[in-house]
Design a protein around this ligand. Structure first.
Ligand code: G3P
Ligand code: MG
Length: 242
């Protein structure tokens, strides 16, 4: 069975990485929610994709240079303008408070590819433990050191390597690093990629899958989860195979 993960929430129809997009993803039938986490200037875990604020908040500078209070004052509706009203940047704590009891997996992407955010793995793990969500989380990152760090802190925490660089022998590499998943960009994913991962004990979660044919194909070749912007469409495409 292939799982339906909503990329930045139901971001095809609602402002990405907002509580509204997460709520709508659950309503649409998503099995999981993918979201991106960074540190604010004062060390709070905030949910935001870009390191810069310009695209979604229309403000100059980086997320890391603003305090939570300053970030909270911003409107992150981005391209949706006032269609849904003003949107706040959520914290990971707010997200957990709201979604902890719902039957969804949360894929936390640690945005440590540009700024390393020292301590973000420890802080994220602490919060996961505080809310007792160890069994409903997958950690991923393009910075594979972040995944290694998470495994050092807790070897049982499910982790996946994000990649779009066509790593040769990805299965072997992932197993060597003690990972549970590979998170490749979808053009890389073929039957043999999934088989190679499986041969090394890994499952494949791929992104960003937004069209029906790809959804069907990835189901047929045994992908564990598709991560896409339209969980409503994915729900329909994946349903006959459930
Ligand atoms: O986690 C899958 C996907 O979100 C990775 O890329 O840039 O959308 O965070 P990005
Ligand atoms: Mg992401």
């Amino acid at each position: 069975m292939t799982l339906n993960f909503a990329h930045r929430g139901f971001s095809g129809q609602f402002p990405e990485n907002t509580m509204l997009a997460f709520e709508k993803a659950v309503e649409a039938g998503a099995d999981g929610i993918e979201l991106d986490v960074q540190f604010s200037k004062d060390g709070e875990l905030v949910i935001m994709h870009d390191e810069t604020l310009n695209r979604t908040a229309g403000v100059d500078g980086f997320v890391k240079d603003y305090t939570l209070e300053q970030l909270k004052a911003m409107d992150v509706s981005g391209k949706w303008g006032d269609r849904y009203g003003s949107m706040e940047i959520p914290t990971l704590r707010e997200y957990f408070e709201h979604f902890k009891d719902l039957p969804v997996i949360t894929n936390i992407e640690l945005k440590t590819g540009i700024f390393p955010y020292p301590g973000i793995e420890e802080r994220t793990l602490e919060m996961i433990r505080e809310y007792e969500l160890e069994n409903k989380i997958i950690i991923s990152s393009f910075n594979h050191y972040s995944c290694l760090k998470m495994k050092e802190l807790d070897e049982k925490m499910p982790c996946g390597l994000l990649e779009e660089s066509w790593i040769v022998g990805a299965g072997k590499y992932g197993r060597k690093l003690g990972m549970d998943f590979l998170h490749p960009a979808y053009p890389m994913v073929t039957e043999s990629y999934v088989q190679d991962a499986a041969d090394h004990g890994l499952k494949v979660n791929t992104w960003t899958v937004n069209d029906w044919d790809s959804m069907e194909y990835f189901t047929k070749i045994g992908v564990n989860a598709i991560i896409g912007n339209f969980p409503d469409l994915a729900e329909k495409a994946l349903n006959p195979y459930r």
